[in-house]
Design a protein around this ligand. Sequence first.
Ligand code: SF4
Ligand code: SF4
Length: 100
Amino acid sequence: MVNIEFNNENIEKCQCPCCPVQGASKCAYEQLEKVQKINGMPNPEEVPGIYCISGKTTCEDFNQEGMCQCSKCELWKEYNLGAEEPGGYFCARGKSRPQK
Ligand code: SF4
Ligand code: SF4
């Protein structure tokens, strides 16, 4: 089981903010605005990204026809997330977990 730490350094590596799946999401934009106002560490589910750790988004306006950008992420390479389930689209399919 990969154990990716939820910290600022890893949040900065996340490519979700540049992803077309959430690019036009008003909900993700509002989450981002909220998170920027928080002093200190937010809860993982408050961050519009890093879904490989936090699991599915609570937003309902993502466009799943866009191309997931996770394979461009350093964490993807570092933790070999392509070998785990669900292998991308964590915002829709849930957090990274071992293959069954
Ligand atoms: S998990 Fe993949 S599809 Fe979802 S927002 Fe992030 S990069 Fe895009
Ligand atoms: S693997 Fe995907 S969800 Fe996880 S931090 Fe990277 S871009 Fe974000």
